[in-house]
Design a protein around this ligand. Structure first.
Ligand SMILES: NC(=O)C1=CN([C@@H]2O[C@H](COP(=O)(O)OP(=O)(O)OC[C@H]3O[C@@H](n4cnc5c(N)ncnc54)[C@H](OP(=O)(O)O)[C@@H]3O)[C@@H](O)[C@H]2O)C=CC1
Ligand SMILES: O=C(O)CCC(=O)C(=O)O
Ligand SMILES: [Mg+2]
Length: 739
């Protein structure tokens, strides 16, 4: 059985893997460890879902399913790189690319007309959005910036925009009618199963979802976002942005919240271009415009119209942008606005980037400008407003002196909102949605609803909560750091969770530890005050705040979440080691294709691999694996000290060069240690060879830069072409072959 599973993903991390994996394989072979790759890329997942449309040679195994099963076994040791969580536009692009490559896949049926199409759509919908992480995350999350990373940031502080007290930047969020205000929650006293049903005003019953099994002690909650309240809010705030002269920026998580957030995004787009949608609604209907897909696809679809009509609508759209509030830009050079692609405005990465940049985003002229950050649901929006207020009062944080905020996140088994998409519904007609106990017939939760309301139910099982509380205490104890549970007793769901936290904490050894529970806004304030003074505070949060905070704090502290150590101790004893908390960085691929320079920083991979080796060494008493792990950590430290991360500029060290340095330092650390003499003997000549050929290798790597690259595809690049592009140093390749 292979010992470590490494994931093949998409975009920049997948390119980086082509260069780094051969190094890992060569080094780990010396300890008898084999590495197996599992393909969880978007293209791989699509192909695995449609065997009946493919020839025998084209069919692919379902690697995600296999890994999901493995994650439940004590033997799991998985290194998980970031993958694309596809929006509909990305999914369609990938399908088109695969079709062009000769895979006879069906088109994505936007509006299925029969059962067959409905079945195809539901296969694609399983691939859409965050379809990978929730399957693998059979454990809670432990993310932190390791000491060497913090030390590096303190010595080499990244840029941090200054904050003015007069900044107009702020968060706009709903005060009623949103998910937060309508939440109802309860804890199941006994195992049961429930149906979700909608009874319309004529008394007709539609079962929205049937037979959801619930465990004893499981918390469920349900809530609704009212369309009318949302539209009123969007209209008001868009108008305010225009009057205030701030940029307008929408922040959602259309990937993880793949049902609710694209709907909200669509409403925002239609609100912004209200007049155009009113005037050209019929035409839009005819050419299949769906506001949820964003402005980019809308522009593309207009091309199918006769020139005159096309021009008229384009100019109406331009006029709306001239007269409406200025849109924040994702890429001002290319005219890509905040409303172009729903997956471009992922809240976890985009809000911290704004806060780091003096609270400003980019306007259409490419200038920074104060911004109204629109975060419709108020459940978590307050933490960003509190951070903005803090920066206005106290100025920007200083990476040289600030503390750190590690996170312990409740995530296992599709916890909370991030597991809710199969229980989220856009309501078709007025009535009552009820969660009904199938055994007793009792209505557990009910909401009055109107057409267009977004209703959802979330679950969190008891075992993950226990495990999370324990993980928090373990981390607080191991680091002697105060821990705050970010839970709001005024929120229905959090109130249930607080009861559990209060019950489970006393079962653990918490003597002498500083553990508090406070609502997210208060937790933000306390944490930020300590952070400013250089003090560390563990944030113990639910799943959404786990996601938000593990970008927010790393981006402020160390410049990027890519440098995070991200461990998922799996509940059945295995280990899942995620790399960083950042995503798949599409901009990096663009730069690589244009100028042959890849700026993906693999520090997350280095750190994940070290813990994975250590985990394996301990588990199977493989002392060589442990030595490989500890020397890899030393190599990473040296890598940081000598600043060998990829530069952003072509003609300078890129990802491939950074991997060479890692290999050099790792080989040297192995040659210098004496815990395992066999490894020492093996790596001493390798270290010498790498050192003596250093200039030649670096030159070969540099020579490969500065020209456009063709890798034969975006979602499914040609394996041989990426291999050649990512391993251009024959000298380095030959040396690695000798191990
Ligand atoms: N765990 C996972 O699988 C995750 C997947 N994603 C997916 O990634 C895609 C893009 O998401 P998006 O929200 O734009 O954010 P990304 O996290 O991909 O990127 C945000 C920015 O962070 C910087 N960054 C992130 N990782 C690295 C790295 N290793 N080295 C250097 N810089 C890095 C880059 O900045 P710069 O451009 O300035 O270099 C990048 O543009 C989506 O499909 C999303 O779903 C997102 C988060 C996690
Ligand atoms: O799975 C995803 O879509 C993103 C996950 C993410 O952002 C995170 O876990 O930090
Ligand atoms: Mg995230």
């Amino acid at each position: 059985m292979p010992n470590i599973f490494y994931t093949k993903t998409d975009e920049a991390p997948a390119l980086a893997t082509q260069s780094f994996l051969p190094i890992i394989k060569a080094f780990s072979k010396t300890a008898g460890i084999s590495i197996e790759t599992k393909d969880i890329s978007l293209a791989g997942r699509i192909l695995a879902a449609f065997p009946d449309f493919l020839s025998a040679e084209q069919q692919k195994s379902d690697d995600l399913e296999a890994l999901g099963t493995l994650a439940k076994s004590p033997d799991a040791n998985i290194i998980k790189l970031p993958n694309i969580s596809a929006s509909i536009p990305q999914l369609k692009e990938a399908i088109t690319e695969l079709q062009a490559k000769g895979y006879a896949l069906p088109d994505y049926p936007d509006e299925p007309e029969n059962n067959k199409q409905q079945e195809i759509k539901s296969r694609y919908d399983k691939i859409k959005g965050s379809a990978v992480n929730p399957v693998l995350r059979e454990g809670n999350s432990d993310r932190r910036a390791p000491r060497p990373i913090k030390n590096y940031a303190k010595k080499n502080p990244h840029s941090m925009g200054a904050w003015e007290k007069s900044s107009k930047t702020h968060v706009a969020t709903m005060s009623s009618g949103d998910f937060r205000s309508n939440e109802i929650s309860l804890t199941l006293p006994e195992a049961t199963s429930v149906d979700i049903r909608l009874t319309n005003e004529r008394g007709e019953v539609d079962i929205l979802k049937s037979g959801i099994a619930l465990q004893k002690g499981e918390i469920i909650d349900a809530t609704v976002m009212r369309r009318a309240s949302l539209l009123e809010f969007l209209k008001r705030e868009f108008e305010n942005a225009r009057k205030e002269g701030t940029l307008l920026s929408l922040h959602l998580k259309a990937t993880m919240m793949k049902v609710s957030d694209p709907i909200i995004f669509g409403h925002a787009l239609e609100t912004y271009f209200r007049d155009v949608f009113d005037q050209y609604g019929d035409t839009f209907e005819k050419i299949g415009v769906d506001a949820r897909e964003g402005l980019e696809i809308l522009f593309n679809k207009l091309r199918s119209l006769p020139a005159e009509e096309h021009n008229a609508i384009s100019s109406a759209l331009q006029k709306a942008m001239q007269h409406g509030p200025s849109l924040a830009m994702v890429n001002s050079d290319k005219g890509i606005t905040n409303l172009h692609v729903p997956s471009d405005i992922i809240i976890d990465a985009s809000m911290p980037a704004m806060i780091r940049n003096s609270g400003q985003m980019w306007n259409s002229k490419g200038e920074p400008q104060d911004t109204k950050a629109v975060i419709p649901d108020s459940s978590y929006a307050g933490i960003y407003q509190a951070t903005i207020d803090f920066c206005k009062t106290h100025g920007a944080f200083d990476p040289k002196t600030m503390g750190t905020v590690p996170n312990v996140g409740l995530m296992a088994q599709k916890a909370e909102e991030y597991g809710s998409h199969d229980k989220t519904f856009e309501i078709a007609e007025s009535g009552t949605v009820e969660v009904v106990d199938k055994e007793s017939g009792k209505v557990l939760i009910q909401h009055q609803v109107n057409p267009g309301d977004i209703w959802r139910m979330c679950q969190v099982k008891d075992a993950p909560v226990r495990d999370w509380v324990k993980l928090a205490v373990t981390r607080a104890r191991a680091t002697q750091t105060p821990a705050i549970f970010w839970l709001d007793e005024k929120r229905a769901h959090d109130a249930e969770l607080i009861k559990k936290v209060k019950a489970y904490l006393p079962e653990l050894d918490i003597a002498g530890l500083d553990i508090q529970i406070c609502d997210p806004v208060e937790a933000t304030k306390r944490t930020l005050h300590r952070l400013k003074q250089g003090k560390d505070t563990i944030s113990v949060t639910g799943n959404v705040l786990r996601d938000y905070l593990t970008d927010l704090f790393p981006i402020l502290e160390v410049g990027t979440s890519a440098k995070m150590l991200s461990i998922v101790p799996l509940m059945n004893g295995g280990g899942l080691f995620e790399t960083g908390a950042g995503g798949s960085a599409p901009k990096h691929v663009e730069q690589f294709l244009e100028e042959g320079h890849l700026r993906w920083d693999s520090l997350g991979e280095f750190m994940a691999l070290a813990v994975s080796l250590d985990f394996l060494g301990n588990k199977y008493k493989n002392s060589k694996a442990m030595v490989l792990g500890s020397t890899l950590d030393q190599a990473t430290e040296q890598f940081l000290e000598e600043d060998r991360s990829p530069s952003r500029k072509v003609g300078e060290l890129d990802t491939r060069g950074s991997h060479f340095y890692l290999a050099l330092y790792w080989a040297k650390a192995l040659a210098d240690q004496s815990d395992n003499l066999e490894l020492k003997d093996k790596f001493s000549p390798l270290a010498e060879m790498l050192e003596s050929q250093k200039e030649k290798i670096l030159q070969e790597l540099l020579d490969a830069q500065g020209k456009p690259q063709d890798i034969g595809g975006y979602y499914l690049p040609d394996p041989q072409m990426i291999k050649e592009a990512m391993r251009p140093s024959t000298t380095l390749n030959k040396i690695l072959d000798q191990l």
